[in-house]
Ligand binder design. Structure first.
Ligand SMILES: [Zn+2]
Length: 423
């Protein structure tokens, strides 16, 4: 991805650094050749030549670009199971994924970690974004997901003879788990996304208290992935599944819904980040009836929302790490709504706006293993910046409205926001 040349100064706003420090009022951010040269009070800024590019924050906020930590680029308006795998051909899904990536960038998300993708689309989407073929967040790819046979992600009955081709690699036993991860190594993914547990969406045979992989399968995934320099994450709701994931050496947990004290201790000891993805549950409860979601499913989402919110609160209060993001792309939780996650954590989970912003920037970059490159506004890092014409600490929901964004920058290049639209 190309970076800017020359100097840009962003000033006339408060600066939130993404590292959790108090905001700096009347700040300046100086970018030189796409990287941060100064971040702090305007009075301390270095003297600059008159021909620098200036961006006026208009009394609003200068902050790091957001990181979507559980992004499904290939999900589009999913309302039924077949929408996830067999509805469209791979050609069309690729175009949808490129469109979703552009939208995420317009929404202020300058980086994202895939939580799984149809076929190998996210690997190639990442390459296209890196090569400036198409705009989008800096991406970490996951490709196809891994699940036990008969588990949450194995829903096409055998008589259809289509398996779960494209979406999931199904495994029986540690040998097959190893083989699946080896396939993914060859595909070029960075993350192996697995399904240790079920979900409220499948109340009959794979609900949120059901295990969908054995410890041995999970451990084989981790050993093989780590051997090849890949990381492993998993959809973990049931307590036993979370425990298995932590003991197997998972690098992150998705959801981390039901945690007892022992599990929380283990999580904190390993400092494993968790991406709760709670707005999805909230949206499912709110809009489920309109989509004819069975009552049993909605009740399950209510249970996972309550459990997940409680666990998230405990993790952060105990000094653990949370990433923000999750499962946008469903009809009731569409792409573009990403920042609703942040609002939800302030309004319903009780985190402060500054805490949530740190989760959505620095922790997101840490999850991606790229905290030395972006995630905070500190000297030397890439100029991945979001400039908003409002005080986001006074009202976090401002981030849901991309019309309020003056500029979204990657490597100092303005990619989206008011400055890219004709006057
Ligand atoms: Zn997901």
């Amino acid at each position: 991805m190309k970076t800017a040349t020359g100097t840009t100064v962003i000033a006339n706003g408060q600066l939130i650094d993404g590292a959790g420090r108090p905001p700096v009022p009347d700040a300046a951010l100086v970018l030189r050749d796409g990287r941060i040269a100064y971040a702090g009070p305007v009075v301390g800024a270095p003297a600059l030549p008159p021909d620098v590019r200036r961006i006026d924050a208009r009394g609003g906020t200068i902050m790091p670009g957001l990181v979507e930590a559980h992004f499904h680029p290939t999900y589009f308006n999913v309302a039924a199971l077949e929408d996830l795998d067999i509805k469209y051909p791979v050609e069309y899904v690729t175009l949808l994924a490129a469109n979703n990536a552009r939208l995420a960038l317009e929404c202020g998300y300058t980086a994202a970690r895939s939580g799984g993708s149809l076929f190998n689309i996210d690997v190639w989407l990442k390459k296209a974004i890196e090569n400036d073929v198409t705009p989008g967040p800096r991406l970490a790819a996951s490709g196809r997901e891994v699940c036990g046979v008969g588990g949450l992600m194995d829903w096409n009955p055998d008589f259809r003879k289509i398996g779960m081709e494209g979406l999931v690699l199904l495994v029986n036993g540690p040998d097959e788990a190893r083989a699946a991860v080896r396939k993914l190594v060859k595909d070029g993914v960075e993350w192996v996304k697995t399904y240790p547990t079920g979900d409220a969406a499948a109340p009959d045979t794979n609900d949120h208290h059901t295990l969908c992989m054995t410890f041995e399968e999970m451990h084989a995934c981790v050993q093989t992935a780590h051997n090849h320099g890949l990381k492993v994450t998993g959809h973990c709701r049931a307590t036993e599944g979370i425990k298995n994931a932590l003991r197997a050496g998972y690098d992150t947990l998705e959801h981390g819904t039901f945690m007892d004290d022992e599990t929380l201790d283990l999580l904190l000891k390993r400092n494993t980040p968790v991406v709760p993805a709670l707005q999805f549950e909230h949206a499912s409860i709110e809009h489920g009836p309109a989509f004819r979601m069975p009552r049993k499913v909605i009740e399950g989402h209510r249970e996972t929302l309550e459990g997940g919110a409680e666990s998230a609160r405990r993790i952060l209060r105990a000094g653990g790490r949370l990433g923000m993001g999750g499962d946008y792309g469903f009809a009731w939780n569409p792409h573009g709504d990403y920042a609703k996650e942040l609002t939800f954590f302030v309004k319903y989970v009780g985190l402060s706006p500054l805490e949530v912003l740190t989760c959505a920037t620095r922790t997101g970059a840490e999850i991606m293993g790229r905290q030395d490159e972006f995630g905070t506004l500190e000297v030397g890092k890439l100029g991945d910046v979001l400039v908003v014409d409002r005080d986001v600490l006074a009202d976090i929901a401002v981030l849901e409205d991309r019309a309020r964004f003056i500029a979204v920058l990657q490597g100092g290049v303005v990619k989206a926001g008011q400055l890219t639209r004709p006057a």
